[in-house]
Design a protein around this ligand. Structure first.
Ligand SMILES: Cc1ncc(COP(=O)(O)O)c(C=O)c1O
Length: 372
């Protein structure tokens, strides 16, 4: 038999929960259940009608980078030079890949608060690096303390990743903690990656903080954004990386090696999505907020511990009382109850707020009958 790469031992197909299957109720999906306004769809179609079907500049259309720069100034409160500090990517996923490939070597370590988005570990391993988790749990609402971060540091640490708001935990990190971590890393000349792709989903009094709003020189910071989650555009594959000029120039050839450029028509749709005011999104958020409430009431009734979602659109809950690993619970739910909820690790499942409320109620009923 053909000898395969040793990477095939840890990069394996997993069950895809982001597509809906007939007869199944999916209450774990990471995909928004809405689309952006019609003008975004029109922009996509019109670019096809104009026969815009070729590669764009590798770093993205200038008009798109300018729209991104305006968005960063308006929403994230910092300046980014569209000609040097922004790299348009085919979504956040290849952005992570390009960043990791350009920074990590065999044996390097990447610190990430856990539970984390599993792709980070997969890509780190592909690069020969190792993830060092900062363990968190429901008792602290999945946030970490600075001292635990310091303990995770070693002379092999090359990157630290903070995903806030977090997938899968819904935690929004406090500004003071992010600042403290950054100050420490800057003194050690280690890069901090901030994954802000859930920036538009914030609940109660929590606030999203972009580190670059206080460090516009962007030294030792790489920030990742995406059109996937906050614009209902997961399928068009557009994201962007922001950093200082030299770092962007270093990462860009790695994105080129994978994708050449982000899809051209998707880039035109993204310009329209970024230029729109976000009133349309507030309407969608009403359902998301109601679904969040429903999940919390449900888990309270069953006394299943969870982290109160402060952002993103996930709720991470402890399923240890089932006395089975969470991935087995997830499998049983799928095969015996046609219900899809992702497992996060041995202990936690991740629910999502991206369903109509009646579908979510039916899904939670199926879950209840499993638990009985
Ligand atoms: C934390 C996080 N980062 C990155 C991604 C990848 O997103 P994209 O669709 O922009 O590639 C995801 C997708 O779910 C995510 O949850």
């Amino acid at each position: 038999m053909t000898k395969l790469s040793s990477r095939t031992e840890f990069v394996k197909p997993t069950f895809q929960t982001s597509v809906n299957l007939d007869g199944y109720i999916n209450i774990g999906s990471g995909t928004p259940n809405f689309s952006p306004p019609e003008s975004v769809i029109q922009a996509f179609k019109e670019s096809i009608d104009r026969r815009q079907l070729s590669y764009t500049s590798w770093s993205g259309l200038n008009t798109l980078k300018e729209a991104i720069s305006r968005k960063l100034l308006k929403e994230n409160k910092f300046l980014a030079d569209p000609s040097a500090e922004i790299l348009v990517t085919s979504g956040a996923q290849p952005a992570i890949f390009a960043i990791f490939l350009s920074i990590l070597d065999e044996g390097d370590e990447v610190i990430i608060p856990a539970p984390y988005y599993s792709t980070y570990e997969e890509i780190a391993k592909i690069c020969g690096a190792k993830v060092i988790p900062i363990k968190t749990d429901t008792s602290s609402n999945f946030t970490f303390i600075f001292e635990d971060f310091e303990k995770a540091l070693s002379d092999k640490t090359k990157l630290v990743v903070l995903v806030s708001p977090s997938n899968p935990t819904g935690t929004v990190l406090l500004k003071g903690l992010i600042d403290k971590v950054y100050d420490k890393l800057k003194s050690l000349d280690i890069i901090l990656i901030t994954d802000e792709i859930y920036e538009h989903y914030i609940y109660d009094d929590h606030k999203h903080y972009s580190l670059m709003s206080e460090h516009v020189e962007k030294e030792n910071i790489i920030s990742i954004y995406s059109l996937s989650k906050g614009y209902g555009l997961t399928g068009i594959r557009v994201g962007y990386i922001v950093s200082n000029k030299n770092t962007i120039a270093t990462i860009a050839p790695f994105h080129h090696a994978m994708n050449i450029c982000a899809p051209v028509n998707a880039q035109y749709a993204s310009i329209e999505a970024l230029n729109l005011n976000r009133e349309w999104f507030e309407v969608e958020m009403k359902n998301v907020i109601a679904a969040r409430q429903l999940w919390m009431e449900f888990l309270d009734q069953l006394s299943l511990p969870y982290g109160i979602p402060q952002g993103a659109y996930y709720i991470c809950f402890d399923i240890s009382q089932c006395q089975k690993p969470a991935h087995q619970v997830s499998k049983d739910l799928r095969s015996d109850h046609q219900l899809i909820i992702n497992s996060v690790d041995d202990k936690y499942l991740r629910g999502s707020f991206m369903q109509d409320l009646d579908v979510l109620k039916s899904g939670l009923n199926r879950f209840k009958s499993y638990l009985r």
